[in-house]
Write a protein that binds this ligand. Sequence first.
Ligand code: G3I
Length: 437
Amino acid sequence: MPKRIYMLLVILTTIFACSKDNDTPPDTTTPISVSFEVIVSQQNTLRVTVNNTSTGISGLNSYWQFTKNGSVVQDEAGPEMHLYDASGEYLITLTVEAPDDDIQVSETVMVIGGDSMHPALKDATDKFSVGMAVQSNRMGGQHGEILVREFNNLTAEYEMKMNIMYPSQGNYDFTAADAIVNYGVANNMDIHGHTLIWHNATPDWVENFTGTDQEFEDMIEDYITTVVTRYAGVVRSWDVVNEAIEDGSNQLRNSVFRTRMGDDYISKCYQFARNADPDVLLFYNDYNITFDEGKQAAIFAIVDGLASQNLIDGVGAQMHIDIYFPSSSQIQSVVDGTVARGLKMHFAELDVRINPSNDISSLTEEREIAQQNKVREVVELYDAIPDANKFAITIWGMRDNETWLIDFWGQPDWPLLYNSNFEAKKAHSGFLEALNN
Ligand code: G3I
């Protein structure tokens, strides 16, 4: 766990405070006590996070200085982050501009060096890329530091889907998609496009399309051509169609695409993509493809149909799993089916629930170790795939508190590699251990 240095020096004063600005009425009832806490990051020990824990200072200006008489950094609401550029001992001073006399508290902190205490995931192998699902508003600050250090593949968690990129007919909005793609290019990362056609991310205007079936198909061809052409040469791979097989029936879902374009809508969409960028890798992506044998067979039938037309390069298995399930042999089955077809395997959306039965309300050491073991098992299994069939393992979210699973299941869980303080969990170590790091 990171070093946590607390400043417990408390200075009490009963002088009356008066506001430095007329907006915030001065707090004249609470004595001023000035304190702060400082946390040295576990991931990057040149980075500290400070949090002003003073009381009685509302309406007063406060500011930080991160070296002796260093530049003044205004204290904003919530924690502040400071990144040093070299190891050493530094004085951190918090100054509160009290009416009669400024009050200062300070703490000396030792930062050791910019190298994190563990190797980066992406440096642990050169045989496949390590991906992260990102959102355009989570690529700066500590998200950005971890992204750039640990990952070399990006998937947009939702901003490269049709409902975001094509919100109304003839009106594309690539703002978020461009931000993510440009970020990936700037940081020398592969970008995995997710996903062109998905029944859960179809804009209302498409669901309610009023033209003829042929006009619908022409519109879809135009959409796929426009998007794939736009990112040709920078987006390395696309999930062209996502989750086309219905659970239980193992038949094609009755999506608007099937209804309007026919049962061969899938081949048509992959052909549109192949025509737009012959070099981009085309994937089919789905969930429950490991343990559900009927669904797996139906998916591989789709894959075989596409492969017979040279319209597919890889299979994406959404690895939304938990610490108990599926077994390694069940996961192995989708790997074997993919490798037997000479296709690339993408463990596309890895998260590992530790509370599937909702029997815990906080992260326990025991469950965290179980998660570490499951992640190590999955990565070992993936690393045993022939190199020609490797592609990427993508983690479906950065911090536990950001996972889609909490809203989806309506219960607490901690399925990812980082906790809410951006600290790497044991699961991160499990990933590295699988690769002998
Ligand atoms: O960020 C905006 C916020 O600004 C806005 O106020 C709010 C309300 O409109 O929406 C927020 O965006 C939401 C986004 O998640 C971020 O939380 C979108 O509405 C919401 O649709 C989106 O959900 C995503 C979902 O796919 C649908 O695109 C999830 O993040 C994402 O984890 C989930 O991922 C899917 C895979 O693509 C396919 N496999 C299953 C997986 C889980 O459903």
